[in-house]
Design a protein around this ligand. Structure first.
Ligand SMILES: [Zn+2]
Length: 155
């Protein structure tokens, strides 16, 4: 089901000095007379969609509407799924001399966890991490950052 909103009632989220043209052709038109003063970030009070508005006296230039509450919620859910699917599988090391094991994993906050008895052992294990684990950890970190950005868009 597609719902349309006229975005008729808005509230201002922030006001900053003019920085750039916010129009996106062919959706909205550039208006140089609206440049040079302030840019407001506004939100539709009904659906949560947002846009930028350059305002200079009676001159206005707008960006297209984007990101209703539902769309931003869906983006957070997709980002959470990406974080879940990219979490590296723990790697267990066994020391040849005595058969003692240590495990490297990634916790739910995206931190690398080295389960080894001493600092020297942890350092040795980090130096011996397989390349595929390191690459998986990089991808997971990127997914965590994308999730934080998506969550930031909700507020
Ligand atoms: Zn709306």
């Amino acid at each position: 089901m597609t719902q349309t909103c006229a975005h008729s009632k808005t509230r201002t989220l922030s006001t900053e000095g003019f920085a750039r043209d916010v129009s996106v052709h062919p959706y909205t038109e550039s208006n140089p007379a609206a440049h040079g003063n302030i840019t407001e970030r506004v939100e539709c009070t009904a659906c949560g969609a947002r846009r930028l508005e350059n305002i200079n006296g009676r001159h206005v230039e707008v960006s297209p509407w984007r990101g209703s509450y539902a769309e931003r919620d869906a983006a957070v859910q997709r980002a959470r799924d990406a974080v879940r699917s990219t979490r590296p599988t723990p790697v267990t090391f066994t020391r040849a001399s005595d058969g003692e094991t240590a495990t490297v994993s990634v916790d739910t906050e995206g931190r690398l966890v080295v389960d080894a008895p001493t600092f020297a052992a942890r350092k040795a294990i980090l130096g011996a991490l397989p390349v595929d684990f390191a690459e998986a950890y990089e991808a997971h970190s990127a997914a965590m950052n994308a999730l934080r950005a998506a969550e930031g868009e909700l507020s």
